[in-house]
Write a protein that binds this ligand. Structure first.
Ligand SMILES: *[C@@H]1O[C@H](CO)[C@@H](O)[C@H](O)[C@H]1NC(C)=O
Length: 245
């Protein structure tokens, strides 16, 4: 009734009390499912309490050996930390835990989805080696799969940009390595962009760098996180002091 009235905190509290009663009756499965209901209700009123309820549900599910569903709720918690509580470090921890459980259940594609979130956050936090590791691993798996081949270039592109943020030469060597491993990479627009950027960087030509980015962006829009990395690289060009974007 509270849920119907959209009284989320009371709904959450009622579900949580019902879960408590089920636990007293040793009905673990019902208790966990009510804690998930509580979590979903609290999500709209009290995100931290939602996390607490989902964590209690996860504890029960992992006890029962239900790791896939536990992973799913770790993702839900990660999303709450990401969008409601603004705590990227905690979001990373829960995406990693989810990836770990998914891997254990042989759900590689779900695990990789979580790891790609970790990589994106790591890049945002300038933890480039951590991001590179993930992008290279996921890219190497994708390039051997007929279904995922198309996405490999995207992972290698992101890995190369992270390398570029650390050091230009690292990026150059990485691009060569990706082309050797995965010849189709050479023909993609991402690789061509990287080569133009490397040349522009080497020649300390800020205009060429900006033009190459603009040209790429006019055909397929670069997401803000990638633009941020590119800007960081551009600022590392000697003689480039201010934002000329
Ligand atoms: C939710 O329900 C409680 C108990 O009936 C009430 O005291 C409270 O004002 C309600 N809150 C909202 C936001 O409607």
């Amino acid at each position: 009734a509270f849920k119907m009235a959209k009284n989320w905190s009371q709904a959450g509290a009622a579900f949580s009390r019902a879960a408590q009663l089920q636990l007293q009756l040793q009905s673990k499965h019902e208790a966990a499912s009510l804690l998930v209901d509580a979590g979903n209700a609290f999500k709209k009123a009290d995100p931290q309490e939602a996390v607490n309820c989902l964590l209690r549900a996860i504890e029960i599910y992992t006890d029962m050996g239900r790791f896939t569903i536990a992973a799913k709720h770790h993702v839900a918690i990660a999303e709450i930390y990401e969008s409601d509580l603004g705590d990227i470090h905690k979001a990373i921890a829960h995406y990693e835990q989810a990836a770990d459980y998914y891997k254990g259940e042989e759900s590689t594609s779900s695990a990789n989805k979580c790891l790609l979130k970790v990589a994106a956050f790591a890049a945002q936090l300038e933890q480039f080696p951590r991001a590179i590791d993930i992008y290279e691993q996921v890219g190497a798996v994708a390039m051997d799969s007929p279904l995922l081949k198309y996405s490999a270039k995207e992972h290698f592109f992101r890995a190369a940009l992270c390398h570029f943020c650390v050091d230009m030469l690292n990026c150059k060597l990485a691009v060569q390595r990706y082309e050797e491993m995965f010849p189709a990479f050479s023909d993609c627009r991402e690789c061509k962009l990287l080569k133009k950027l490397l040349d522009a960087h080497e020649e300390q030509n800020v205009d060429a760098f900006t033009d190459a980015v603009r040209e790429f962006d006019s055909i397929s829009r670069l997401e803000p996180a990638l633009t941020a990395l590119l800007l960081r690289v551009k600022r590392s060009i000697p003689g480039e002091e201010q934002d000329l974007r």
